[in-house]
Design a protein around this ligand. Structure first.
Ligand SMILES: *Cc1c(COP(=O)(O)O)cnc(C)c1O
Length: 485
């Protein structure tokens, strides 16, 4: 095939930026190609690119996509990750040309609608969380944590206070201590009570004049609400520290209670968890943070402000921690969250929290008969069981997760939180039907039965997947990332 027939991708520089046009090269006069590309760089012969038919190519990629598993293909109860259904209206909305084709370098006057949308999302999130101001810049929950901790550091420094320690319960998500470390703070870990709650005595012993903040997830990563949250806030504030809310579990409380009302000073939301934007595979996320009034001056720039109905980006904020993301964050994700909040409304958001909690308690209670449940209290949006009852048959949590693959389920989160031995952490989400939950429960019970009667079925799983059981340690330590050596 000659290079003239090949598809040429030509960039046209227009006033609004670069626009990619897909044109068959035959439509482009050869002289144009030559004036655009200096002669010395032009090929004499066609590049030896491998070629297959369009149909074979299509089958190849469709085949690969069918090996993938997502919320659109089946039940995906990955605790702490919130793999809920992402309404397709969100996709329609974020693909509207006015949103999808907006260029980050456009002038403020030409992106008034986009700025208004961002500003509205910030207001909604502030209202939902009980905070005074929100920025949508951070690109994920962990990035929100880093941003929030930098804001907290800047606040203490501004008050000439030398506070360097962040208190983190032992049930915390790994990103909490990691973010504290990256923010240049020291980590003080405190043990949880046997019932999973924060140990108030341990907290009292840990706080002091060097406490910068306590990072807390509520409900915790155990799926349990911290009923002493007001006392916790009081202890930390009395010591001069601030409270950071990890909002990854906001699915359980949205529309019911607000971190701002519990005493938190800084929060992040994971839009890709709570606000129904797709995630997984490292795809774009969004982790907006919200702060109380005293912390507003330290938020990252630019800040969207509205003067007499006109939106602009304000850079001149002397106390700001600076920029945390290019432009205004992952815009497409924020547009999806906007569509979700607008479609649900306040009553819908509350209902979704209630349904998430109901579903998790239903699953927990049905599984209690066959699986050990380490906590007796009601759970919130996710629940934990373990493989303790299956241990006498030589079955571990990993085996149960692998066997679930044979039944067509994405396994729940396993071995997290770290403080529960052989944890199986199930988050059904509010978007699953009772029929789906009943099928999953029946399969879990069947695996418990298999464990008793035919343990090798479970220990040798999975049998129906493209690859069998992998050496996970080797896969992590010695990954083969190149085709053919
Ligand atoms: C997912 C999660 C995080 C990190 O969020 P990312 O968006 O993945 O960076 C932090 N804390 C908890 C409890 C989480 O579940």
């Amino acid at each position: 095939m000659s290079s003239r027939k090949r598809t040429a991708l030509i960039f046209e520089i227009s006033k609004t930026g670069r626009r990619a046009i897909d044109l068959p090269a035959s439509d482009v006069p050869q002289e144009d190609v030559e004036t655009m590309v200096p002669a010395k760089f032009l090929r004499k012969t066609a590049a030896a690119l491998p070629e297959v038919s369009q149909q074979d190519l299509m089958r190849h990629y469709t085949g690969l996509s069918e090996r993938n598993f997502g919320v659109d293909s089946g039940f995906y109860p990955l605790g702490s990750c919130t793999m809920k259904y992402n309404p397709k209206i969100n996709e329609d909305v974020c693909r509207l040309p006015g949103f999808a084709a907006v260029h980050p370098l456009q002038s403020e006057e030409t992106v008034q609608g986009a700025l208004e949308l961002l500003s509205n999302v910030q207001e909604y999130l502030a209202e939902i969380s009980g905070m005074d101001a929100v920025t949508t810049q951070p690109a994920a929950g962990a990035h929100g944590e880093l941003t929030g901790l930098k804001v907290i550091r800047a606040y203490h420094r501004h008050r000439s206070e030398h506070r360097t320690k962040v208190i983190v319960p032992d049930s915390a998500h790994g990103t909490n201590p990691a973010s504290a470390m990256v923010a240049g703070l020291e980590i003080v870990e405190i043990k949880s009570n046997p019932d999973g709650s924060v140990d108030l005595e341990a907290l009292k012993a840990a706080v002091g004049p060097d406490t910068a903040a306590l990072m807390l997830t509520n409900p915790s990563t155990l799926g349990l609400f911290e009923t002493t949250i007001c006392e916790i806030a009081q202890i930390v504030h009395a010591a001069g520290g601030l409270l950071y809310y990890d909002g990854a579990n906001a699915n359980a409380i949205m529309g019911i209670t607000r971190p701002g009302d519990m005493g938190f000073d800084v929060i992040h939301f994971n839009l890709h968890k709570t606000f129904s934007t797709p995630h997984g595979g490292g795809g774009p996320g969004s982790g907006p943070i919200g702060v109380k009034r005293e912390l507003i001056p330290f938020l990252p720039v630019p800040v969207i402000v509205c003067d007499a109905g006109k939106f602009r980006l304000e850079e001149d904020r002397p106390l700001s921690i600076g920029r945390m993301h290019s432009f205004y964050g992952n815009f497409g994700v924020i547009v999806r969250a906007y569509a979700y909040v607008r479609a649900m409304g306040p009553a819908g958001l509350k209902q979704s929290s209630e349904d998430a909690v109901l579903n998790a308690n239903y699953v927990l209670n049905q599984l209690r008969q066959d699986f050990h449940a380490p906590f007796t209290q009601l759970c919130k949006h996710e629940c934990i069981v373990t493989s303790k009852n299956q241990k006498p048959y030589g079955i571990h949590t990993l085996d149960i997760a692998k066997r679930l693959l044979d039944y067509g389920y994405h396994p729940p989160t396993i071995y997290f939180p770290l403080i529960v031995e052989e944890a199986i952490m199930i988050e059904p989400t509010e978007t699953e039907s009772k029929e789906t939950l009943d099928r999953f429960i029946a399969v879990m019970r069947r695996i418990a039965q298999e464990a008793k009667e035919n343990a090798s079925l479970v220990t040798s799983a999975p049998k129906t997947t493209v690859v069998g059981r992998l050496d996970e340690a080797a896969a992590a330590r010695k990954p083969i990332v190149k085709w053919k050596g």
